[in-house]
Design a protein around this ligand. Sequence first.
Ligand code: 3H9
Length: 691
Amino acid sequence: MPAINEVTNLEVNSNIAVLTLNSPPVNALSAKVREGLHVGVKQTTEDDNVKAVVLICEGRTFIAGADITEFGQAPKGPSLFEVLDMIENSSKPIISAIHGTALGGGLEVALTCHYRIAIPSAKCGLPEVKLGLLPGAGGTQRLPRVVGAQKALQMVTSGEHVPAKECLEMGLIDEMANEDSLLEDAIKFASTIVKENRPLVKVKENEENIKADKGNHALFADFRKSIARRTRGFLAPEYNIQCIEAAVNKPFEEGIKVERELFTKLVTGSQSAAQRYVFFAERLVNKIPDIPSETELIEVNSVGVIGAGTMGGGISMNFANVGIPVTIIEQNQERLDRGLAIIKKNYENTANKGRISMEDVETRMALITGELSLDTLNSQDLIIEAVFENMALKKEIFRKLDGISKAGTILASNTSALNVNEIAAETKRPEDVIGLHFFSPANVMKLLEIVRGEKTSKSIVASSMAIAKKIGKIAAVVGVCPGFVGNRILGQRQREANKLILEGALPWDIDDALFNFGFPMGPFAMSDLAGLDIGWNKETSKGETLRDILCESGRLGQKSGKGFYLYDENRNKSPDPEVEAIIRKFAEAKQIRLRDISKEEILERCLYPMINEGFKILEEGMAIRASDIDIVWINGYGWPAYEGGPMFYGSLVGFDKILDWLKKMEQELGSEFKPSSYLEKVVNENINIFV
Ligand code: 3H9
């Protein structure tokens, strides 16, 4: 094939030119790809033999968007805008032939083509919002001109990938090809367009689909309201909406100006920098340096779960959801029945919300079998223990499992803090033992900490990563240390939050500061939700801590209508003067002088020790890389993605500033603030921890 450059080929056959891009892995619009498109389209317009052009990609996908690695770098080669102008203004019809995904800039390219054909498995979308961006190459102005304002709003603010069939129905693609003959069908389609002398359709000129919504302010106001909760704190969704609003109410060229202005604001801002970092971090976290990709995997076709409580039930649902049969073990029939009934109820609730069908509920429940004896766990490929956090009990279970389970079974504990090496040592096959730390609710939360024991084999780690992917989790491999990565860092925030309320900040001051930072809730609202009496003992309680006093006075959290907060019948919380009085009295008895504490100080006190702990974790090798820590905190603890996770956030604040702060605090408040020696090294030697 005649090459235009390393990534582009152009071939002309019977008056139809085929312009092929081949730039692995995802044909992103790098400088080379843009150059290839620019030169290729120019050549086709100058070649009298060419009557139409098919634009197609090799490899796994059509163009998946702009090359994200190029953002922030000096522009090279023709800009995407020049390329799009050339395509749209071509005197020959250009047809994009789509397989895989046409995303972001990729869909924007397709939208400047005069026609679009796709195979049934293809998907189209404008996912820029997930990178803290908006489609900056005309996508926000062209999409509503094809699919209307409502659908465009939904697509740009969710970033969803829309299946080809739906795209065909809403006019985003014009023709469906056969799954395995895209090129052939695209050439046929192009020939028909030529033969029938069909017009050069320019999406930007189509006002038909937007005219009904001109001046319809309610449409946008209602849409804003509908996504407000989900998008709190993020800038990009609102900017995307403003662009669609401009598309509907302004002429195309003016709308483009709005899009460019808002795109520039986003792409140069810190939110998008953080979200782009998170995009790559989510991919890096899957790479375990010492485990080759060809490592032999254990195929998991059946699972055993020990414990039908909240965790065990949620864990089981993950596997049933993807068609893997699960055997759940409980100690007695009553607990087993209760556990199974809760699972059924959860599925029914999901069905009532329309997310799955009642038939799905039945299919999934049929995959879950309850048993009362561990002896039934003799044939499963993966067994996950999810009983109380009690080391003696866990050891006993693993001793028994060693005798019961078949050779090669992955033996996993769902412990959230206990020593996996100690548990593994109870068996004669510690290489098969691993921690799989799910987060509650386990059927919903994305994160899975994969706790690699000293002796865990590479195959067990790799197989656990593979099964995590299958059940839709984001998995991070962590080492054995108290609390692993997530809870170990959480411990720092909790300790400081508890100390702060004895220095003068009220629980709601702290919660508000963290909520406004972007967390879904603060530590005290969280404690109320979980129940203040977890780990509290009525018989031995002596009013020694604030928690003791609250529990002793019946303030057990949301379930008792009051905890740190007061709750109404709908579980809406409000600050309670009684709690303030309890705190003041407690402080007085301990001769503590309370002072005013600013929101800034609250954030520093809660967040900087977490970052310090992150450095200790890296120093000890308990996380593979800094970005894995961020992935844990974003997906397991609600750290806002637009702040990039604790380590990324720390880099924005400045590690030198945090180090100075820790040194000062160490002098004022003691050794809990002692800086990690790795942090000192990073600052002194100016090390980039993100490479
Ligand atoms: C945009 O288009 C802005 C425009 O409006 C223009 C403005 C002017 N760039 O996810 P995978 C890499 S913004 C560079 O594991 P999958 C990725 O890092 C963009 N690299 O595969 C990975 O590298 P590695 C809008 C990219 O099959 C490899 O490709 N578009 C890009 O599970 C494989 O990726 C998007 O946001 C990129 N755009 O999923 C789409 N995309 O192998 C982003 C991927 O070294 N991409 N890489 O780890 C995706 O959603 C998924 O990659 C995709 C494939 C669904 C395409």
